[in-house]
Design a protein around this ligand. Structure first.
Ligand SMILES: Nc1ncnc2c1ncn2[C@@H]1O[C@H](COP(=O)(O)OP(=O)(O)OP(=O)(O)O)[C@@H](O)[C@H]1O
Ligand SMILES: [Mg+2]
Length: 593
């Protein structure tokens, strides 16, 4: 387009100069022709005027034949008009009465005069050769055919005048030529410049810059063309996605995009494919999709599926793929578009999150244990005191005689059951402290779950003056789940309630269980001040706490929610309850016989 514009520019300049030159030359020659005609005419008129003057002045003198006066008169005329070469006066008999030749009249002039006098007419002119010059010979008849004036004027004066006039004409035309050519070239260049701008804009649109606009402020056809172009490109911009925009989209897409034809031959990839799989566009274009994957059933395998794509270096990359049909303008399927997202980062994050969760989970458990340590110590201390007392009792019985074996047996039975209680507490502690994320689910009796949990926190409740009421015991109901994790949830809730009750007199915690269809509902009420709604909306968020630094970490409820979610249950705060009330629902297991 650029070269075309240059060619056009040269052509326009050549055309303008050619046109102006032709016009000026033609007008020059036309004017020259017209002027020479005009000047010749003027020369004839001039000669006629002189002849008429002479005839008027000489009329009487010819009649009276005063040849000396006539001669002087002719001499004067010759001096006044230097272009007149000769004057001859003849009478009615065509005899010469006066003339301006000093050496006598040339014979061929005499012959010419005789010849012309035969012709009728007041004025007769003829070109004659006189010496080295071409002259115009004029014959003027005196009135009443009394005689005639013959004179010869030179043409060189005329020609000189014509030459002078032509030179000034040439000068004017030269100036005109440059002015006109300058103006024409200026406009020509303006046209070619605007056409160049238009052609560049067309090029830009061709290359995908649909929003290209041209700035040409003209009121002529080119201005109209520019306005039409601008309106076209705005429409184009509004109605189509330009190539650049498409490229931007493809480049910005984080997902891998692969366009295939119906034979699964790759037609186009986006830069993410090159970045992640290491293949360039040219390497993959024309290859089958099987170069990237082991899967061979495109339609069933690639729709919302996790598959493995292989990079150029052979690295397996887990990807989530989706496949859409690629339609042509007629709505016919002409290929497939595969969009795959790299799952590596997500998978690594999942692993890291699971690890973090497990660590937090375990730490929270240990923290709960720490909190319950005093209670546990008490739980163990009490049976130990009982054991000690039983040992003393056995010793006293043994010291007496006769030996009362039945008393010893009773004491030993109590001793055994007390030791069993301690071992149960220790067993519970060990199980609770174990990192048990993969522990299998079991059918957990609801009442035992609550009682076992209470063993761990009974002492703390007692110490804080919190009365624990367990209502509506569901003796036979079970929950299908992990007893340790479920116990941890209850411990977290009880621990929060103990904290909330701190400093309040006559405090209590009420645990209410109910069977609702296939669900077990556990409600935990406390006598605290409740939870304001702006706090309530955040309590299940990890690390949200209203407790002072070092007292609460803010993960108790979030871990509890995770555990209950994993058990396909729900945990929520009953904001409609007059007391603080947490509600847990869990799928019930089979009834215990
Ligand atoms: N029974 C309750 N009464 C009043 N506020 C409560 C109660 N239970 C929970 N909250 C509020 O919910 C917040 C979050 O509880 P969560 O158990 O998740 O964390 P925490 O108790 O602050 O710290 P952590 O349990 O990690 O030691 C608490 O800080 C408290 O403000
Ligand atoms: Mg807590």
């Amino acid at each position: 387009m650029q070269t075309l514009s240059h060619g056009l520019k040269n052509k326009i300049i050549f055309f303008i100069i050619g046109l102006i030159t032709t016009g000026i030359l033609t007008s020059f020659f036309l004017i020259q022709h017209m002027m020479s005609k005009n000047l010749e005419e003027r020369a004839s008129q001039f000669a006629i005027t002189i002849a008429r003057d002479i005839s008027e002045e000489s009329y009487d003198l010819i009649i009276t034949r005063e040849s000396i006066k006539l001669h002087l008169q002719l001499e004067r005329q010759m001096k006044t008009f230097p272009d007149i070469r000769y004057i001859v006066l003849t009478d009615a008999h065509q005899k010469i009465v006066a003339q301006t030749f000093h050496d006598g009249i040339p014979t061929d002039l005499v012959a010419l005069m005789q010849q012309l006098q035969k012709k009728n007419g007041p004025v007769i002119t003829q070109e004659v050769r006189f010496g080295q010059e071409n002259l115009r010979h004029l014959q003027w008849q005196l009135p009443n055919r009394l005689g005639a004036v013959h004179l010869g004027t030179t043409l060189s004066g005329i020609k000189r005048d014509i030459g002078r006039m032509m030179n000034s004409m040439l000068l004017i035309q030269g100036i005109l030529f440059f002015v006109i050519a300058g103006v024409a070239i200026h406009f020509g260049l303006q046209i070619t410049r605007d056409l160049g701008i238009l052609s560049q804009a067309v090029n830009a649109v061709e290359q995908g810059h649909a929003s290209t606009q041209v700035k040409i402020e003209r009121q002529d056809e080119i201005g109209e063309l520019a306005r039409a172009f601008n309106s076209m490109s705005s429409k184009l911009q509004n109605t189509t996605v330009s190539k650049n925009q498409l490229n931007d989209i493809l480049r910005s897409l984080k997902e891998l995009l692969i366009v295939m034809d119906t034979d699964e031959t790759i037609e186009l990839i986006n830069p993410s494919v090159t970045k992640i799989l290491g293949y360039s566009q040219s390497e993959l274009k024309g290859c089958k999709i099987s170069i990237l994957t082991n899967h061979n059933n495109m339609l069933s395998d690639f729709i919302d599926t996790e598959i493995v794509l292989f990079s150029k270096s052979g690295m397996a990359i887990p990807c989530m793929t989706n496949l859409s049909p690629l339609m042509d303008e007629q709505g016919q399927i002409r290929g497939m578009i595969m969009v795959a997202s790299d799952l590596r980062e997500k998978k690594q994050m999942e692993i890291a999150l699971a690890n973090e969760k497990a660590i937090a989970f375990h730490s929270a458990k240990l923290a709960a244990l720490g909190e319950m340590a005093a209670g546990i110590a008490h739980e163990i201390n009490t049976p130990l005191t009982i054991i000690q007392l039983l040992g003393d009792k056995i010793r006293r019985v043994c010291a007496k005689s006769p030996l009362d074996l039945s008393k010893i047996d009773d004491s030993l039975t109590s001793l055994n059951s007390t030791i069993a209680r301690i071992s149960k507490i220790i067993q519970g502690l060990r199980t609770f402290a174990r990192n048990d994320k993969a522990a299998p689910y079991d059918n957990v009796p609801v009442t035992r779950l609550i009682e076992d949990t209470m063993i761990l926190c009974a002492e703390r409740c007692k110490k804080m003056g919190v009365e624990v009421i367990i209502e509506n015991k569901l003796e036979a109901a079970t929950i299908h789940g992990n007893p340790i994790q479920l116990s941890q949830v209850l411990l977290n809730l009880i621990s929060n309630s103990i904290d909330a009750n701190a400093g309040i007199p006559n405090t209590w915690i009420r645990i209410h269980t109910a069977q609702k269809d296939a669900q077990i509902e556990i409600r935990l009420y406390d006598s605290g001040h409740g939870i304001p709604s702006h706090v309530a909306e955040k309590i299940f968020q990890p690390f949200f706490t209203t407790k002072e630094v070092g007292k609460g970490t803010g993960i108790g409820l979030s871990i509890s929610k995770n555990i209950i979610d994993a058990h396909k249950g729900t945990i929520r705060l009953d904001e409609g309850s007059p007391h603080t009330c947490f509600v847990i629902t869990l799928p019930s297991g089979p009834f215990q016989v």
